[in-house]
Design a protein around this ligand. Structure first.
Ligand code: AMP
Ligand code: ZN
Length: 463
C-alpha cells in the first residue's frame, strides 16, 4: 500500500521533515505523561492532545500507530529545572495524609477520566515509573561503566561534560547552563548542570528502592529513557511532550539514551506549545489553572476546549480565555446541529468533488498536523454549495481526526462520557476488518445505553 507522505516539525532538526517510520506503515510514539500528584489542568491536556491528534491524523491517512504514555509516580522534583526540591508525590502524600501509592492511584484515575472528556483516545500502554526501577538501575549502571556518571554519597549524577552533544535539542551549552543557574550550586556536582540519575533516600522513607549505591529513588529523566526503550526498543519514531519538556527533561533523555546505546534513539521530537492564562503559563504549581471538569461545571462542553485547541497550530502558544472558550463552545454546538440537519435532510447524489475536499483535508493534516487549515476547510465546506449529505459525510469522516463528536446533533443526542472514544475506536476496528474487536466495542457501547447500527455509510447510533 502506498501511504501518503507526512511532514512533521522536528524540534531537533528545527524544520519539518518527512516521516519515515522504522517499520513500514506503523508509527511508534512515546509521550511524556502526567505526574500523578494532582489533577491535570487543561494546559496538560493540550500537551496530551498532541499525540492524540498525531495518532488520529496518521490513522486517517492509513498508518497504524502504537503509543506509550508513561505515568510518573516517583522522582519528579518540585524544582525540576534546577534539579532540586522534594519529590512532588511526597509533597502531596503529606498534604493529603495518604500514601504515595494512594495519591498515584487516585490521580491516575482522574487523569484517565479527564482525557476521556476531551476525546483523547487512550494509549496502548501506560507504564508506571515505579514498575521500571530495575531497568533504570541497569541504565544508570551502564552510564557509570561508560564514564558518563559518577557517585557522590549514594547519589548518582550524570556528567554532562562526558556527552559532547549535550545541548543539541535545546541549544543549551554547558557554559549557558552555568550562567543560567539559580542559587547556590550543589557542591557535589562536577558541573552545576549535571543532573541526578539516582537520589540517595535521605529523609525519604516512603518511596525507596535498594541500589548498588544505597537506598534511594530514581531521577525523573532516567524514567523516560528506561520506559521508552523497554517498551519500544532502542529506536522508535516519535517522542512527544510539552515545550517545557525540551529542557532539561528531553535534553537529559537524549544524553542518557544515546550514551548507553551509542546511537540516536528517537527519529522525531515533537513538542506542543504551552497554554497561557493571562500572560503566564498555566501551571499546577502557580495555582493559575482550570480543570476540564471545572469548565464543564461552568456549562461549557469539554470538547469546546478541543475545538479551541484545534484552531491554533499545535506548536504555537495558545491563550486561554473564557471568551475564547465561549466562542468555541457556540461554534462546536452549531456545527453539530448543522450536521444533524444535513443528516436528516433529503439524501441527494454524492457531490462529485467529495474526493477533492477530502484530499485537501488530508493535505492539511499531513503538513505537520495543520489543524487551523483543516478548521478553515471545515468552515469553507459549511458555507459552500456542496450537497448536504456530502457535507455531513465529509464532516463525520473528518471528525475521526478532529474528535469533536460532530455526529452528536442537538443536546438530546448527547453521549455518555467515554462513548465517543469507543465509537471512534470501533470505526477504526471496522476499517481494519477487526470484527471481533468491533463486536466487543458494540457490546460495551450497548452496556452504556448506546445502540450502534452498521449501515452502508458507516455506524449510526441510537440512544
Ligand atoms: P506534569 O503532570 O506536571 O508532569 O505535566 C504533564 C505535561 O503537561 C508535561 O508534558 C508538560 O509539558 C505539560 N504542561 C505543563 N504545563 C503546561 C501548559 N501550561 N501548557 C501546555 N502543556 C503544559
Ligand atoms: Zn518524559
Amino acid at each position: 500500500m502506498n501511504l501518503p507522505s507526512v511532514r512533521l516539525y522536528d524540534t531537533l532538526a528545527r524544520r519539518k521533515e518527512p516521516l519515515h517510520p522504522l517499520e513500514q506503515g506503523v508509527v511508534r510514539i512515546y509521550s511524556c505523561g502526567p505526574t500523578v500528584y494532582r489533577y491535570a489542568h487543561v494546559g496538560n491536556l493540550r500537551t496530551f492532545m498532541l499525540p492524540d491528534l498525531l495518532r488520529r491524523s496518521l490513522e486517517y491517512l492509513g498508518y497504524r500507530t502504537e503509543q506509550v504514555m508513561n505515568i510518573t509516580d516517583v522522582g519528579h522534583l518540585t524544582d525540576d529545572t534546577f534539579d532540586r526540591g522534594e519529590d512532588k508525590m511526597l509533597v502531596s502524600a503529606r498534604l493529603e495524609k495518604k500514601s504515595p501509592e494512594e495519591i498515584a492511584a487516585a490521580y491516575t484515575e482522574a487523569f484517565l477520566d479527564d482525557i476521556g472528556l476531551v476525546n483523547i483516545r487512550p494509549a496502548a500502554h501506560y507504564p508506571r515509573a515505579s514498575d521500571y526501577v530495575p531497568r533504570m538501575l541497569e541504565l544508570i549502571e551502564a552510564l557509570i561503566q561508560g564514564g558518563h556518571a559518577y557517585v557522590v554519597d549514594g547519589t548518582v549524577y550524570y556528567d554532562i561534560a562526558s556527552f559532547p552533544a549535550y545541548g543539541k535539542l535545546s541549544r543549551n551549552t554547558p557554559g549557558k547552563l552555568m550562567a543560567g543557574h539559580r542559587g547556590e550550586p550543589d557542591p557535589r556536582k562536577r558541573h552545576p548542570g549535571d543532573f541526578t540519575l539516582w537520589k540517595a533516600a535521605g529523609e525519604n522513607r516512603l518511596q525507596v528502592w535498594d541500589s548498588p549505591w544505597g537506598p534511594g529513588f530514581p531521577g525523573w529523566h532516567i524514567e523516560c529513557s528506561a520506559m521508552s526503550m523497554a517498551i519500544l526498543g532502542d529506536r522508535f519514531d516519535i517522542h512527544t511532550g510539552g515545550a517545557d519538556n525540551v529542557f532539561p527533561h528531553h535534553e537529559a533523555e537524549i544524553a542518557q539514551s544515546e550514551a548507553v546505546t551509542g546511537h540516536r534513539v528517537v527519529s522525531v521530537w515533537m513538542h506542543g506549545g504551552l497554554l497561557m492564562l493571562s500572560g503566564s503559563r498555566m501551571a499546577k504549581s502557580a495555582g493559575n489553572f482550570f480543570r476540564v471538569t471545572e469548565l464543564r461545571e461552568q456549562g461549557f462542553d469539554p470538547l469546546a476546549f478541543r475545538y479551541l485547541a484545534l484552531q491554533a497550530k499545535y506548536r504555537a502558544p495558545l491563550n486561554f480565555s473564557s471568551e475564547g472558550l465561549a466562542g468555541a463552545d457556540r461554534a462546536v454546538r452549531q456545527l453539530r446541529e448543522r450536521v444533524a440537519d444535513w443528516v436528516r435532510g433529503e439524501r441527494g447524489a454524492d457531490t462529485p468533488d467529495r474526493e477533492e475536499w477530502d484530499s485537501r483535508f488530508r493535505a492539511a493534516i499531513a503538513d505537520d498536523l495543520d489543524t487551523p487549515r483543516a478548521m478553515a476547510l471545515v468552515a469553507e465546506l459549511v458555507r459552500s454549495g456542496v450537497e448536504p449529505a456530502t457535507k455531513a459525510g465529509l464532516l463525520t469522516a473528518w471528525d475521526r481526526v478532529l474528535g469533536l463528536d460532530l455526529h452528536r446533533g442537538g443536546k438530546e443526542l448527547s453521549l455518555p462520557d467515554g462513548a465517543s472514544a469507543l465509537l471512534a475506536e470501533r470505526e477504526q476496528a471496522r476499517e481494519a476488518k477487526d470484527f471481533e474487536r468491533s463486536d466487543q466495542l458494540r457490546d460495551q457501547l450497548a452496556a452504556m445505553g448506546v445502540a450502534v447500527l452498521d449501515t452502508a455509510e458507516g455506524q449510526r447510533i441510537k440512544r
